[in-house]
Write a protein that binds this ligand. Structure first.
Ligand code: SAM
Ligand code: SF4
Length: 475
C-alpha cells in the first residue's frame, strides 16, 4: 500500500488531552537510580539541557542522602551559574471570591457558607492598587474565583483600571492573571487588555484524585482545564503559567506531569510555559481532605530542586504559603520570583493593613506575612538584588523567555542591570534609611562585578538619572 505525503504528517495534538496516568506511573515504577545516574543527569542539566521525563523520574525516586545532596547542590550551582542574584517581587490582589466550584481544599468553594463573599468595587479596587503602589509594588497578579461575574470583559476592565491607577510615583507596570480557564474568544478579550502571564493550575494531574477534589461546577471537567492554556496560546497569549497544588496526590507524579505539560506546550506551540508554580496545600476554612499526600518541608525543597534541574529555563514562582525558612532554602535553588507583602483577605491592602489571617475572608492561610519592606531588607542582607523589572514584556521580549537561559549573557545584559535600576528607583521613592544604605551597597558591589565597561558606564549614567528624579528606565 502506498502512503500519500499527508499521511506521514504527525497528528495535530494541540487542544487535545495529553495526560495518561498509567504512562506517568510507568516512568516512576521503572526508575531505580544509581549514584552514577544521578550524577550524570545533574551534569546534563548543568550543561543547560532540559531533562526527559525518564531522567526526571530517576531524580524523584532518588532517596539516598548522597543523591539528594547531589540534586540540591546541582540546583544551587545552576542558580549561581545562570540566574544570578536578582529576585523578582510581586503581590497578589484578590479581586473577588464568588465561586461556583466546590474545590474541596479551597475556602472559596460554593458550599462554604461561612465564607464572606465580596467583589471589590471599582473604588475599592483603585484604593487597594494605590495602597500597593504606596509600598512600591510594580507587579501584581489579579486573582478571581470562578463565577459568571468574572467574565472575560470584567477581567479585562479590571486590568485596565489597575494600569490606569497611579499614586504619586507609583504605577503597576505588569499585571498577571490567575483565573478560571476561558474559551478562545474569552482569552482574546483578556489579552487585549495587555496582560502579562495567564496562570491556570491543574491542581492535580491525577484523574481519580482530580474527580474527588472537584466534585461539581465547571472545574469538574478535567480536560477543559488541562487544555486551558492551549486555548490561551490559540488566542495569542504566548505567556502562560502552569502549576500543581502539592499535597493532593503523590508529589512525584505531579512533578512528572508538570514536565509532561511543558512538553505538550512546547510540541504544539514551540514555546513552553513562562512559569511553573508549586503551591503547597494550606489550611483553609472548611478544609476537608485527608493528609495522606502531605508534602514534608524536605520533600518540598527537594521537588523544587528537581524542577529547577528538569526545566532549567522556566521561571519558578514561590509564594507566601511557605514559611520564611522554606522560602530561604528554595530561593537558593533558583526560584526567581516571590510575592512579598501579601494579603489574601479581599480588600485588605487598603482597608485594614494590620489585620490578616481571617480564614472566613481568605482563601487559605499564609505562613510568611512580612511586609514588602521587610522582605526587601532581608533579600539585601542575603546579597540578592530585589527586582521590579518589567522590561521584557514591555519591550516585546515575550514567548521566548528561554532567552534568559540560552542567549549568552542575557541575564548579565538585561536582568541584572534592570534589577539594579528598579532597586535604585525603589530606594529613592520608598526605602527607609537603613534599607537605602544596604540597597546602595548591593548596587555598588554588583557594579564592581560588571566586566563590560560600556554597559557599566551606561548603567551608572542611568542610576544617576534616577537619583535626579527620573523613573522607569530599563534596558
Ligand atoms: N479560581 C481560579 C482557579 O481555581 O483556578 C483561580 C484562583 S484560585 C483562588 C488560585 C489557586 O489557589 C488555585 O489554583 C489553587 O492552586 C490555590 N489554592 C486553593 N486552595 C488552596 C489551599 N487551601 N492552599 C493552598 N493553595 C490553594
Ligand atoms: Fe473557586 Fe478557584 Fe477556590 Fe476552586 S480554587 S473553589 S475554583 S476559587
Amino acid at each position: 500500500m502506498k502512503f500519500t505525503p499527508e499521511q506521514y504528517q504527525l497528528p495535530d495534538i494541540s487542544m487535545q488531552p495529553f495526560l495518561d496516568d498509567k504512562e506517568i506511573w510507568s516512568f516512576i515504577d521503572a526508575a531505580h537510580p544509581s549514584l552514577e545516574q544521578v550524577e550524570a543527569i545533574v551534569k546534563k542539566s548543568l550543561d543547560k539541557n532540559r531533562l526527559s521525563i525518564a531522567e526526571t523520574a530517576l531524580l524523584v525516586n532518588a532517596r539516598e542522602p548522597e543523591m539528594i545532596e547531589m540534586i540540591k547542590a546541582g540546583a544551587r550551582s545552576l542558580k549561581e551559574k545562570v540566574y544570578g542574584k536578582r529576585i523578582v517581587l510581586f503581590a497578589p490582589l484578590y479581586v473577588g471570591n464568588y465561586c461556583s466550584n466546590n474545590c474541596r481544599y479551597c475556602g472559596f468553594k460554593v458550599s462554604n457558607k461561612s465564607a464572606v463573599r465580596k467583589t471589590l468595587t471599582k473604588q475599592e479596587l483603585i484604593a487597594n492598587v494605590q495602597a500597593l503602589e504606596e509600598h512600591g509594588q510594580k507587579r501584581i497578579i489579579l486573582v478571581f474565583g470562578e463565577h459568571n461575574t468574572y467574565s472575560p470583559g470584567f477581567i479585562a476592565e479590571t486590568v485596565r483600571t489597575v494600569y490606569d491607577t497611579r499614586k504619586n510615583h507609583g504605577e503597576i507596570r505588569r499585571i498577571n492573571i490567575n483565573a478560571a480557564p476561558l474559551d478562545i474568544e474569552g482569552f482574546k478579550t483578556v489579552k487585549a487588555s495587555n496582560i502579562g502571564t495567564y496562570q491556570v493550575f491543574q491542581e492535580t494531574y491525577h484523574h481519580e484524585t482530580y474527580k474527588i477534589c472537584h466534585p461539581s461546577g465547571r472545574k469538574a471537567d478535567y480536560d477543559y482545564r488541562l487544555t486551558a492554556l492551549d486555548r490561551a496560546m490559540e488566542a495569542g497569549i504566548d505567556d502562560v503559567g502552569i502549576g500543581a497544588l502539592f499535597g493532593l496526590y503523590d508529589w512525584r507524579f505531579e512533578v512528572l506531569s508538570l514536565l509532561r505539560h511543558v512538553n505538550h506546550l512546547e510540541a504544539c506551540y514551540n514555546v513552553g510555559p513562562h512559569t511553573i508554580s508549586f503551591p503547597r496545600i494550606q489550611d483553609a476554612s472548611e478544609y476537608d481532605l485527608d493528609d495522606r499526600y502531605q508534602v514534608t518541608d524536605e520533600e518540598f525543597t527537594r521537588l523544587v530542586a528537581i524542577l529547577r534541574l528538569a526545566v532549567p529555563y522556566t521561571g519558578l514562582i514561590l509564594t507566601a504559603r511557605e514559611s520564611e525558612a522554606t522560602r530561604k532554602e528554595v530561593l537558593s535553588y533558583g526560584c526567581s520570583q516571590i510575592d512579598a507583602g501579601t494579603k489574601l483577605e479581599i480588600g485588605a491592602y487598603a482597608k485594614n493593613p494590620d489585620v490578616n489571617q481571617n480564614l472566613n475572608k481568605e482563601q487559605f492561610k499564609i505562613n510568611d506575612d512580612r511586609t514588602l519592606a521587610q522582605v526587601i531588607d532581608e533579600l539585601l542582607e542575603a546579597d540578592y538584588i530585589p527586582s521590579f523589572c518589567t522590561a521584557c514584556y514591555r519591550k516585546g521580549r515575550t514567548g521566548q523567555h528561554f532567552m534568559e537561559f540560552s542567549v549568552p549573557g542575557f541575564i548579565k545584559k538585561f536582568c541584572t542591570p534592570n534589577a539594579m535600576l528598579t532597586l535604585a528607583e525603589y530606594i529613592m521613592d520608598y526605602a527607609g534609611e537603613a534599607t537605602a544604605v544596604k540597597g546602595w551597597q548591593v548596587i555598588e558591589r554588583n557594579l564592581n562585578e560588571m566586566d563590560n565597561e560600556g554597559y557599566k558606564t551606561e548603567l551608572i549614567h542611568r542610576i544617576e538619572r534616577i537619583k535626579q528624579g527620573e523613573h522607569d528606565l530599563y534596558f
